[in-house]
Design a binder for this molecule. Sequence first.
Ligand SMILES: CC(C)(COP(=O)(O)OP(=O)(O)OC[C@H]1O[C@@H](n2cnc3c(N)ncnc32)[C@H](O)[C@@H]1OP(=O)(O)O)[C@@H](O)C(=O)NCCC(=O)NCCS
Length: 222
Amino acid sequence: MSENDTPARTSHRDIHSKSAQAVSHSASAVRPYELHDEPSWLRCRVLAFLDTCYYDDVWQERPADPSIQLVAAVPANNGEGGDEIVGILDVEVDGELATIDTIAVHPDHRREGIADALLEVGLRRLPTNVSLLDAWTREDEPAHAWYRANGFSESDHYLHVYKGWRESADGWTAPPPLGCPVMAFCHADLADEAEARARFARVYVCRRFSRPVVPAAPTLQG
Ligand SMILES: CC(C)(COP(=O)(O)OP(=O)(O)OC[C@H]1O[C@@H](n2cnc3c(N)ncnc32)[C@H](O)[C@@H]1OP(=O)(O)O)[C@@H](O)C(=O)NCCC(=O)NCCS
């Protein structure tokens, strides 16, 4: 949805440029995930990944307790009140490393600055000892562009390889009492990319994006 379609709305980016209070406006607001968000959160996630390499990574339940759980919400247009979730950010923290588990924006709300706003709030919520933020992703150029635009650099590559049910079962085995796999998902070395692509239709280069986390400057009091 473009800004021309909705002149009354102000994008996150417009708000960001005008004010440090950049996390809410009339269209959507970034806030912590709440239990009652789960159905809308799951819908947002499915729709956000539908046009990506993760299109079939569908969840029916929200994963338990990532360290940081943020959503961007708009008033639901269903006549019943409440919120519709249009953006999600989950971050796991492990010592000095924080990892983005999920960053996803509803397809009707892309390029409104929602992912940027989620990241901005997420960075502020990281424990002070975190020095690196990373994420692993496949081949979706919008995601790569967003990471790069937010100061992440690409490194570490390996393959995600799917065997589809139509693809040959030659060479596949499974522990008894199972028959050979009908479908499979495997990791492989990047060095074997040509061989993997020659045999399987669905092969992705999975890569890491990471950026240093700079401690927030202390706020001046009164
Ligand atoms: C990646 C994603 C989260 C970005 O969300 P978003 O809210 O549309 O991104 P923003 O509006 O905050 O974009 C910020 C900047 O990132 C870059 N960017 C974002 N989407 C882009 C695209 N499709 N093409 C090029 N650059 C893009 C731009 O620099 C953009 O600034 P600009 O709009 O002023 O040019 C969204 O496209 C998405 O949900 N994709 C599917 C899920 C996914 O792939 N998640 C990441 C991998 S796990």
